[in-house]
Design a protein around this ligand. Structure first.
Ligand code: ADQ
Length: 505
C-alpha cells in the first residue's frame, strides 16, 4: 500500500507525432547528441504530468546504418522517446511532399499545388503512397511498444492514416487523433484526390479532436457529404459504430511563463529591453516563418499605420521574431510554397519601411531572424528572452491568415499581468474563439483595418486595456495545456467504455 501511495498508477500514454520533441545530431559512428526542439505540441504537452508519456516519432535525421540506429534508439530512450526511422526518399515524398506541399496549404485554405509544383515532387499518387507507407511505419513502431491499457494519441495532419493502420491490427487499442491545424470547410476538403480514404482512416479512431467547434463541424460535414455518413451531435456514425468528434481547445502551461517573469535573469532582460526602447511603444510579432502566419500582411499594415500617422513615427517599434522552420530538411528538398521567397519578401518590406520611416535614433522595425527555440525540459535563456519580450510589449500583433489555434497569443497574455497590453488577433486563428472578447479582432487581409487597429491599440485608455486583459488572462490561466491533454485522454477512455457498453446492449 505504501508503494502505491508513493507511486500512484499512471496510465501510459503513447504520444505519436511526426517529429519527436528532440533534434538528433550525430557525433560519431555510435554517438549522438540530442537537442530539444520547439513547436506548438511540445509547448502544449510540457505541462502534462498526469500520464506516463512516451513519444513516438521521427528524429529528423536519416540514419541508414544499424549501428547508428541502435545508438540513437538508446540515447532517445533516456528521454522517453522512441524513434521511427524514415529514409530520405520517404521523407521527401511523405513529409515535404504530401504533408507540407499538399495537406498543410490545403487545410489553411491556400489550395492544392499547381501542376508545376507537383511535378517536382513526382505524382500526387506516389506522394500519397509514401504517406501511407510512412504512416504504416509509425504503426509498426506503436505496435512494437504497445501494452494493453495504453492510450495511443495520434497527432496532426501527418498521421491521418495512422488510426486505420492501428485498428486494423488491434481493434481494442484505444486510439485518439487530434488535429493541430484547422480542418477546412468540406468544400475545400472535397478537392483533395484522396479525400475519402483519409476521412475513413481518421474515423477508425475512437475519438477525433479539433481546436474549435467549427473545425469539428467541418469534419463532420465532410464525412456526411463525401462519405454519405450520418453526423450526430456526438460525432459520425457508420453502420452502428460511432466515432466521437469534439472540440478540445489547447492551452499553454501558463504558470511556467508567470513563474519565469519573477526570475532575476528575466528581470534583467526586461530591464535591458526597457532601456533600449525607452520612450517608444513596443509592438511584437513572434511567428514561424510560414505563409499562414501573414507576416508580409502584418508588415504592410504597420507601414500603412506609419504612413497615416506621422505623429507615431519614431515613437513606436515593431519587433518581429521570425523563426525559420523546417530547416532540418535539406534546402534542395524544400519545395512547398518557397519559404525562400517568403524570406526575401519579408526582408524587402522591412528594408522599405526602415528606409521610409527609420531615423538614426529610431529604426521602426527590428527584424530578427532567429533560430531560437523554446526548450521543453529545460529553462533555456531563449525561453527567458521570449518571456521578457512578451512582458515589455505594449501591443502584440497576431495576423495569421489561418491558424489552428496560435499559442503565441496565449503566451503573450500570460506575461502581461503587469502591463496589460493589447492583443490584435486574426479572426482566422482558432484563438479568436477563446480570446476574441479581450482582443481586437481583425481580418488580416484587410491592411487598412489592421492599420486602424494598431492606432486603436496604441491609444487605448488604461481602463479598457485592463478590462480586456483580465478577460483573456482569466481564460489563459484557467484553460491550460495540462487540462487540455487530460480532458482529451479521459474523454477517450470514456468513449471506449461507452462503446463497449453499447456493444453489450
Ligand atoms: P505553430 O504553427 O508552431 O503550431 P503556435 O501555436 O503559435 O504555432 O506555436 C509556436 C510555438 O513556438 C510557441 O510556443 C512559441 O513560443 C514558440 N516559438 C516561436 N518562436 C519562437 C522563438 N523565436 N523562440 C522560442 N520559441 C518560439 C501548430 C499550429 C497552431 C497551434 C499549435 C498547437 O499551427 O495553430 O496552436 O500547433 O496546437
Amino acid at each position: 500500500e505504501e508503494a502505491a501511495v508513493a507511486r500512484p498508477f499512471r496510465q501510459r500514454l503513447l504520444v505519436v507525432a511526426n517529429r519527436l520533441p528532440v533534434s538528433a545530431i550525430r557525433r560519431g559512428e555510435d554517438s549522438w547528441s540530442l537537442e530539444i526542439s520547439a513547436g506548438g505540441l511540445v509547448s502544449a504537452l510540457l505541462g502534462v504530468k498526469e500520464f506516463e508519456a512516451r513519444w513516438i516519432g521521427w528524429a529528423g535525421v536519416n540514419v541508414p546504418d544499424e549501428i547508428g540506429q541502435k545508438a540513437l534508439t538508446k540515447a532517445l530512450a533516456e528521454k522517453r522517446c522512441i524513434p521511427v526511422f524514415l529514409d530520405e526518399e520517404i521523407v521527401h515524398q511523405y513529409y515535404n511532399g504530401y504533408c507540407n506541399n499538399i495537406l498543410w496549404p490545403l487545410f489553411h485554405y491556400l489550395g492544392l499545388p499547381q501542376e508545376d509544383r507537383l511535378a517536382t515532387t513526382r505524382s500526387f499518387q506516389s506522394q500519397f503512397a509514401a504517406y501511407k507507407k510512412a504512416n504504416q511505419m509509425f504503426a509498426d513502431v506503436v505496435n512494437a511498444h504497445y501494452e494493453e491499457g495504453d492510450v495511443v494519441w495520434c497527432h496532426d495532419y501527418h498521421l491521418m492514416y495512422l488510426p486505420e493502420c492501428l485498428k486494423k491490427c488491434n481493434t481494442k487499442m484505444k486510439v485518439g487523433w487530434f488535429l493541430h491545424t484547422p480542418f477546412p470547410s468540406s468544400e475545400i476538403h472535397r478537392t483533395l484526390p484522396s479525400r475519402s480514404e483519409l476521412l475513413r482512416s481518421v474515423l477508425a479512431a475512437d475519438l477525433v479532436g479539433f481546436h474549435t467547434y467549427d473545425y469539428a463541424r467541418h469534419f463532420v460535414s465532410a464525412c456526411t457529404r463525401i462519405l454519405g455518413l450520418e453526423g450526430t451531435p456526438e460525432g459520425v456514425e457508420d453502420q452502428g459504430r460511432l466515432t466521437r468528434v469534439a472540440a478540445f481547445p489547447i492551452g499553454i502551461d501558463s504558470a511556467r511563463f508567470i513563474r519565469a517573469l519573477e526570475l532575476p535573469q528575466v528581470q534583467e532582460h526586461i530591464k535591458e529591453l526597457k532601456e533600449r526602447f525607452a520612450g517608444r511603444k513596443v509592438m511584437l510579432g513572434v511567428d514561424r516563418l510560414d505563409m499562414i502566419k501573414g507576416i508580409p500582411q502584418k508588415l504592410l499594415a504597420f507601414e500603412k499605420f506609419l504612413e497615416e500617422n506621422p505623429c507615431w513615427r519614431g515613437k513606436v517599434v515593431l519587433l518581429q521574431i521570425a523563426v525559420p522552420t523546417r530547416t532540418d530538411v535539406p534546402e534542395c528538398m524544400l519545395l512547398p510554397f518557397s519559404y525562400q521567397k517568403l524570406t526575401s519578401q519579408v526582408h524587402e518590406i522591412v528594408g522599405r519601411i526602415n528606409g521610409r520611416f527609420g531615423t538614426l535614433t529610431a529604426v521602426p522595425i527590428h527584424h530578427l531572424v532567429s533560430t531560437v527555440f523554446l526548450v521543453w525540459t529545460d529553462r533555456s535563456l531563449d525561453f527567458h528572452a521570449l518571456c521578457a519580450l512578451y512582458a515589455v510589449t505594449d501591443v502584440a500583433l497576431v495576423t495569421s491568415l489561418r491558424d489552428g489555434m496560435n499559442l503565441v497569443s496565449y503566451e503573450f497574455v500570460s506575461c502581461q499581468d503587469a502591463k496589460k497590453g493589447v492583443l490584435i488577433l486574426s479572426e482566422f486563428a482558432g484563438a479568436a474563439q477563446s480570446l476574441g472578447a479581450g482582443a481586437i479582432l481583425v481580418n488580416p487581409w484587410n491592411i487598412i483595418e489592421v492599420a486602424a487597429s494598431i492606432g486603436q491599440a496604441l491609444n487605448m485608455p488604461a481602463e479598457e486595456r485592463e478590462k480586456r486583459h483580465c478577460h483573456n488572462f482569466h481564460h489563459v490561466i484557467m484553460h491550460t495545456a495540462q487540462e487540455w491533454a487530460e480532458t482529451f485522454v479521459s474523454e477517450l477512455n470514456d468513449t471506449v467504455v461507452e462503446a463497449q457498453l453499447r456493444s453489450i446492449e
